[in-house]
Design a protein around this ligand. Structure first.
Ligand SMILES: [Zn+2]
Length: 473
């Protein structure tokens, strides 16, 4: 009995199809994806698919592509969430544990030795030709933000496992080991401290976070114990530089640049550092009807001028500088009162530390000048500073060669978002591959990667792995 599949086509019309009509079928419609995904109309969708008992027999003839396997597992992992109808998987929760178990199973299936490390990372190792050889480490994170998309993080972990599974299926060993790490906390949602998983692996974990409490008042120390881990042993997660040949991460771009370039993948040049500042302008509150304009010290009007200046400054920069004012509060905050005090934040990022620091200094000078001219008191504090993690030139070259060999144009771009590589750079050279995501949308349930792009990313990663040459010297 053939499987009955109903499809919606972008054109010309919806047509019910069966295997008898000549489609390759392995739970997904290969030919359908190849033709329709390329059209990118956004309306193509599988409406209904009834699997049949004889589908398994087809697998022998037509194994699923890497992209198909990846998409299936992305969906499987996304089903593990603490909120119904939404994807939320926070550090050290029951759901994180269930996700860890699922991923560990996939690693073992791919011929890897797998375990949960001292901080909750899932770790797998595929030995090379000689046991005990240093490894090429692949990774990304498997925690999410609240009401997340399903690709941010898991795509890198699942793609890496798919690549190793492919080597395993062919019985291929390389002159080095491959390790995969799914980091347990990259987003920092629960304890307001990011990169906990990768910092533990890099040996830079700050133990003061043990006392941080989540919104229910549970300390990280207690949450680790509940999860089944021992806070005293967190140091055991740390790896030595000599054990790693490089750290490589595949991740969705989380921005619109690759889509604008019409490319499925890109080479990351650097993970941009960030400076965050908290600004407070103090003027004089007063009656909105009685104080003449010339005599006002309006803190909110001053802040508006500062925000305009920050935007203007960053817009005229052509080297990837970005600046954002994402939070503002005016006091006393009433329709008929001139605002006396305004607090706002500034987030500035650039591909190099020098560029960022120089730009922050320029912006600060402009804000100071605005405050002075408007007779406003200014308090400006740096609340967060993260240095830029440049991707190693030799890894960028190898990624670029793999992309070219897969038939795509090589395009380089910086990462404005933070990634685990920012921590891993303390013990290894870092390389990153970006995969296009629809509309650049991320940290949102609409986050989406086309199957063809997931497949392209996997083929590039596999090629990088198989042709990997450790840095000489
Ligand atoms: Zn991420």
């Amino acid at each position: 009995m053939g499987s009955m599949i109903t499809l919606a086509f972008c054109a010309p019309a919806a047509v019910p199809l069966t295997r008898a009509s000549g489609l390759d079928c392995d739970g997904w419609l290969i030919r359908w994806h190849r033709t329709c995904i390329n059209c990118r109309c956004g309306r193509c969708a599988v409406l209904q698919m009834e699997s049949s008992t004889d589908m398994a027999a087809d697998k022998a003839f037509q194994p699923a592509s890497l992209g198909e396997q990846i998409v299936r597992r992305i969906d499987e992992l996304a089903a593990i969430s603490e909120e119904a109808g939404k994807l939320t998987r926070i550090y050290l929760t029951r759901e994180l544990k269930a996700a860890a178990d699922l991923i560990l199973g996939w690693m073992r299936e791919a011929g890897m030795n797998a375990h949960l490390d001292a901080v909750g990372n899932v770790c797998g190792r595929y030995e090379g030709e000689r046991p005990g050889a240093p490894c090429l480490m692949l990774g990304s994170h498997y925690d999410t933000v609240r009401d997340a998309g399903k690709w941010d993080g898991p795509l890198g972990v699942i793609t890496a496992i798919a690549c190793v599974a492919d080597l395993h299926r062919r019985g291929k060993r390389l002159p080095f080991a491959i390790e995969i790490v799914g980091f347990a906390d990259e987003e920092g949602v629960r304890f307001a401290s990011t990169l906990l998983g990768s910092r533990a692996v890099a040996g830079t974990f700050d133990e003061s976070v043990f006392n941080a409490r989540d919104r229910d008042g549970v300390s990280m120390r207690d949450a680790l114990v509940t999860f089944g881990l021992d806070p005293e042993h967190i140091g055991a997660a740390a790896r030595a530089r000599r054990e790693l040949l490089a750290y490589l991460e595949l991740h969705i771009e989380q921005g619109p640049v690759l889509e604008a370039q019409n490319l499925p993948v890109g080479v990351v040049t650097a993970i941009a550092g960030a400076t965050r500042l908290a600004a407070r302008l103090t003027g004089m509150a007063g009656h909105a009807g009685t104080v003449p304009m010339a005599l006002r010290r309006d803190a909110l009007a001053g802040a508006a001028e500062c925000i305009g200046a920050i935007e203007q400054f960053c817009r005229t920069d052509e080297s990837g500088l970005v600046g954002t004012v994402g939070y503002i509060q005016a006091r006393p905050g009433a329709t008929n009162v001139i605002p006396g005090e305004v607090s706002f934040t500034i987030d500035m990022r650039a591909p190099t530390d020098m560029h960022r620091k120089r730009s922050v200094a320029d912006v600060v000078r402009q804000i100071e000048a605005i405050a002075k001219r408007r007779h406003l008191a200014l308090q400006l504090d740096v609340t967060h500073e993260n240095r830029t993690a440049p991707c190693a030139a030799w890894l960028r070259d190898q990624i670029a060669q793999a992309i070219a060999a897969e038939g795509f144009s090589v395009f380089e771009l910086p990462s404005g978002a933070g990634h685990d590589g920012m921590a891993m750079i303390d013990i290894a050279d870092v390389g990153m591959i970006f995969v296009r995501c629809r509309g650049g949308i991320s940290h949102h349930p609409d986050e989406h990667v086309e199957l063809a792009d997931a497949d392209a990313g996997a083929r590039v990663l596999l090629r990088v792995i198989e042709n990997f040459r450790p840095r000489v010297g």
